[in-house]
Design a protein around this ligand. Structure first.
Ligand code: NAP
Length: 457
């Protein structure tokens, strides 16, 4: 495993980072476990809340610096990276503000005695995180677990080590005690060894199905609790009564944000016959206007993909879709630039036997499906291995909510594209994973719900 930053806009090597040794891994485990024990003894929640607010302040003070690190690592637009850093500050503040409420003992009703459960730390958490939101993904795990008293060990994606190091520097600058958060440039084998270690009590991964299955297998074999946030092939359903002007405003952010490398990007646009042609025209018009270029330039809309391999993979998926009968309504032309650019592409006429039909494309590709009616739209949306997010457009709110309730998914957005806020739970079902992050649901993931019961005599 080589941890290195290769700037996706220039494809030049920026910096390579040394892997941790086994001795450093062992030292990190000792330190994290000692931190867990110390927090159990001293429960200094008030201090930790102050520290987490300090993290938020530092993020807001230095957001340009962190955004620059993120953009250099994985290529997203600088403005998007700034937004990501500010969202991390909000997440930190949210969990610091909510910690006491979320950790309060919960009374239980029983006629047999007095009962309640404590909400306690469960131990060291090992987090494996992806490159597409290099700060936000880490903060989603760090902030709640820091409040609970669960130390965190991180294995970040090998293509964004600059961000991993910057997050560690942030924690150090906030004067958070050693062991609370430790970034490790670890190999897969070292990750497996750490998960199996008795000092680690839980593991979470955000990433691909392949990565999720590998980590969940190791967790299962070692009886460790796990939580997985995996890919998605989110449906964006446009009903007969959708406001098509409103829909047109959402197309670019819903599919081209972060060059389409978002798990909850709208990937399958499902449109009833009435609005189909208008929608195809609108997507083509939006994609035509989406200027690709330097992610640091504020007029750029489409950033390079995160790596040369990612570009190769997306182009191969488009080629295979076309070989299997998909029509190119726009795009799919080579971009002559050293950066990892893929031209925004619109595909139609994707049949069920097309490999694309049930595959996530992590890039700027819109797949548009025409269906005869609402029932067919719901059936197509649900005919997927994934169930992460989804969107429903209708001017009739009750109608939109009723359709959203019929979609087999973890999150539905009505008359808007995907979003993420600290107070909203994030996660999916089916091959999109299990468990939730953010909100009180996410906070509870690695809590020990400790029952205390005193029977009546
Ligand atoms: P990936 O290959 O699974 O990588 C994610 C992380 O897992 C990286 O740190 C990777 O390390 C690590 N990893 C993979 N296999 C591993 C193993 N056997 N042992 C230890 N670590 C392992 O995912 P990706 O393709 O880069 O990321 C994109 C995927 O993430 C997409 O499918 C996307 O939809 C999903 N995603 C989901 C969410 C969500 O919340 N649901 C959010 C963002 C992204 P290396 O980099 O060293 O390989």
């Amino acid at each position: 495993m080589v941890y290195k930053t290769v700037n996706p806009y220039t494809n030049e090597l920026v910096k390579e980072y040394a892997n941790v040794t086994d001795a450093q891994m062992e030292a990190a485990l000792v330190q994290a476990y000692n931190r867990y024990q110390a927090w159990r003894r001293d429960n200094n929640l008030v201090q930790r809340k102050m520290q987490l607010h300090r993290v938020a302040d530092l993020l807001r003070r230095d957001y340009d610096h962190y955004a620059q690190v993120i953009t250099t690592d994985m290529g997203k637009l600088f403005s998007e990276a700034q937004g990501e850093v500010l969202l991390c500050a909000d997440i930190a503040d949210y969990f610091a503000d909510k910690a006491e409420e979320f950790l309060a003992p919960q009374p239980l009703k029983t006629e047999k005695g007095e009962a309640y459960y404590l909400k306690q730390a469960s131990g060291v958490i090992f987090a494996v995180e992806p490159w597409n939101f290099p700060f936000y993904q880490v903060m989603r795990v760090f902030a709640p677990n820091f409040m609970i008293g669960n130390p965190m060990l991180l294995k970040h994606a090998s293509i964004c080590p600059g961000s991993a190091q910057a997050f560690q520097d942030l924690i150090n600058e906030a004067e958070i005690e050693a062991g609370a958060f430790t970034n490790l440039f670890a190999s897969y084998d070292q990750v497996a060894t750490a998960i199996a270690d008795r000092r680690v009590s839980g593991v979470c991964l955000t990433g691909s199905e392949r990565g999720g299955a590998a980590i969940a297998k190791i967790a299962g074999e070692n009886l460790k609790k796990s939580s997985l946030e995996l890919g998605g092939n989110d449906a964006f359903i446009i009903l007969d009564d959708a406001d098509m002007d409103e829909v047109a405003q959402v197309i670019t952010p819903a599919r081209l944000y972060n060059a389409g490398q978002v798990c909850t990007s709208s990937k399958r646009f499902i449109v009833t016959e009435k609005n189909y042609q208008r929608f195809v025209d609108d997507v083509v018009a939006s994609f035509k206007m989406a200027k690709w270029g330097d992610p640091m330039d504020e007029t750029t809309v489409v950033a390079p993909l995160s790596s040369a391999q990612a570009k190769k993979d997306v182009l191969a998926q488009i080629a295979s879709a076309v070989e299997n009968g998909a029509q190119v309504a726009f795009g799919n032309q080579a971009i002559n630039h050293p950066g990892n650019f893929v031209m925004p592409t619109v595909l139609t006429d994707i049949t069920k036997d097309n490999p694309l039909y049930n595959t996530e494309v992590f890039g700027p590709v819109a797949e548009i499906y025409c269906v005869k009616d609402e029932e067919a739209a719901i059936a197509l949306a649900n005919d997927s291995s994934y169930g992460l997010g989804g969107t429903v457009f209708s001017m009739n709110l009750d109608h939109a909510k009723a359709v959203a309730a019929k979609i087999e998914t973890g999150m539905s957005f009505i008359n808007s594209g995907w979003t993420s806020l600290p107070e909203l739970p994030f996660g999916g079902i089916k091959n999109s994973g299990y468990g939730r992050e953010l909100s009180q649901l996410g906070f509870n993931t690695f809590i020990n719900e400790h029952l205390v019961f005193k029977p009546y005599q």
